[in-house]
Structure formats: structure tokens, C-alpha cells
Design a protein around this ligand. Structure first.
Ligand code: PEP
Ligand code: MN
Length: 271
């Protein structure tokens, strides 16, 4: 059969960012707020994560909101807050880029650059990421097939950046109870088709905090290389995506279940 994704062949790749590994035999946990609101809150979240040995902090600064009246994020001020908090805590930052014009800015201020679901098809933006070497989390487009998603990854790889992490964040279906539908089958499918790490976003896929634990655990048992979860010490008070943001107690419950599930998966692949 013709190889559709020539740059995604061979053994599973490992991505190194500030001496931390993503992919291969690691399970990466990324947590933090949907949106950066201010320095004090982000620092508090970062310190709580650090206490738990979490190394990756997410936080949006440029938010693509469905309504033009919703909070759009703090922009560059938000990125500067993220940079400062990560410098002070040693955490590794993750934030979403929304425009090709911002690539060099992001490359300086952010460790891992996220492409959100709405930009998966923005090929000029994807190609521009070939100019830098920061790892890129490429979210699956909300109505994209697995093939389209892997082609989008191929655009970044072909442009010269080999550090791509795929992120399944739910696809749009007829179901309205959940915000989107988490496609668990994408994990084993992508593992067969690509050598890139694949992580899961249970927050944007479900839109419901009570579903984050079972979805995260299902993803870990299905062979995901990691998880990105919206987490806050006071989720009811956040400006953006409160309903899907978990508190630290829930985070601890979820996190404590991972070793057993990952071990189950590891055992399964060795058989
Ligand atoms: C996000 O992670 O902040 C986000 C907006 O995600 P998505 O692009 O998957 O909706
Ligand atoms: Mn969000």
C-alpha cells in the first residue's frame, strides 16, 4: 500500500523539551487553566502542579472564541506571564498560537506550541512552524478525518520541524450531551499509521468535568502517550471553560490511577 505519510514511518519518535521526554515509553501529563487570567493565579496553579511532580503547564493567551463577545485572552501579556511563571517554577509551557505572524514570538516565549482544532487546516501556519524547532501539539480538527489530521502533521514535518505531538480533542458528532465526542479509536489507529506521540484532551472533548476521569483513564489504557487537562485550584471561578475544568482533588484522583493503567497497556503491547 502507498505510504501516505512518509515522514511518519519507522519507530516511535521521542521528543525532548528542556531535557524532558515526550513519547516512546513516557506518559506526559499537561495541566493548567484554559486561559491565563493573571500572574498570581497562574503561579499558584504552577506551584500546585510542581508539588505533584507535573512538569508541563498549559495556559491560553490567544483564545479563538466562538462568540466575538467572549474573553479573547490576554495576548502577549498572557505569554509574558506564562514565561515568567515557568522561569520561576521550572515548568515547561504550552500555549496556543493563532497566527503565522506570531511564530517567532511564540518560539521565544513558549516551550511547546499548540495548534488548536480551528487551525488544523491552516497550512500556511503549519508550514511556518517548520522554521522553528519548538515541539508542536497538533490538535485534530473538529470535523477532520484521521487521514486529514496526519496530513496536517506531515505539513509541519515536511517544512522542517520533526517535533510534532498529535492531540485527539474530540470530534463533532450528532451528540449534544457532550461538547464533542472523544474518538478513542483514534489512539490505536494513529499508533498504527504514524510514529508520532498521541495525547488526549478529555476537557474539550467532553465539556464536562465529571467525565474527565473515565475518559483520561480510558485513554491511558488505550495507549495514549499523554493527556492535557484543564485544571485549576478554583474551577468554578474561571472565565473560560469552567464546566470542563477539574479541581486539584479530582486531578489527584485521576493522576493516581495512571500508573496501573499505563502498566496494563505496557503489558499488553509486550505480549
Ligand atoms: C485549548 O486547548 O485551549 C483549545 C481551545 O482547544 P481546542 O482547539 O481543542 O478547542
Ligand atoms: Mn478551554
Amino acid at each position: 500500500m502507498k505510504n501516505l505519510f512518509p515522514l511518519q514511518t519507522g519507530s516511535k519518535i521521542k521528543i525532548t523539551v528542556r531535557s524532558r521526554l515526550i513519547g516512546a515509553d513516557t506518559f506526559t501529563v499537561i495541566a493548567g487553566p484554559c486561559t491565563i487570567e493573571n500572574y498570581e493565579d497562574l503561579l499558584e496553579i504552577a506551584l500546585e502542579l510542581k508539588k505533584r511532580n507535573i512538569c508541563f503547564l498549559r495556559g491560553g493567551a490567544y483564545k479563538l472564541r466562538t462568540s466575538p463577545y467572549s474573553f479573547p485572552g490576554l495576548g502577549i501579556t498572557g505569554l509574558e506571564i506564562l514565561k515568567r511563571v515557568c522561569a520561576e517554577t521550572g515548568l515547561i509551557s504550552v500555549s496556543e498560537i493563532t497566527s503565522a505572524e506570531d511564530v517567532s514570538l511564540f518560539s521565544d516565549l513558549v516551550d511547546i506550541i499548540q495548534i488548536g482544532t480551528r487551525n488544523m487546516h491552516n497550512y500556511r501556519l503549519l508550514e511556518k512552524l517548520g522554521d522553528i524547532s519548538n515541539p508542536v501539539i497538533l490538535k485534530r480538527g473538529l470535523s477532520s478525518t484521521i487521514e486529514e489530521w496526519l496530513y496536517a502533521a506531515e505539513h509541519i514535518l515536511k517544512a522542517g520541524n520533526p517535533n510534532v505531538i498529535l492531540c485527539e480533542r474530540g470530534i463533532r458528532t450528532f451528540e449534544t450531551y457532550t461538547r464533542n465526542t472523544l474518538d478513542i479509536s483514534a489512539i490505536p489507529a494513529v499508533r498504527n499509521l504514524s510514529n508520532l506521540p498521541v495525547i488526549i484532551d478529555p476537557s474539550h472533548s467532553s465539556g464536562r468535568r465529571e467525565l474527565i476521569r473515565p475518559l483520561s483513564w480510558a485513554a491511558a489504557a488505550a495507549g495514549a502517550d499523554g493527556i492535557i487537562m484543564e485544571t485549576h485550584f478554583r474551577p468554578d471561578k474561571v472565565i473560560c471553560d469552567s464546566e470542563q475544568t477539574i479541581d486539584l482533588t479530582t486531578f489527584d484522583q485521576i493522576y493516581s490511577g495512571f500508573p496501573e493503567l499505563i502498566a496494563l497497556w505496557q503489558k499488553h503491547i509486550q505480549e
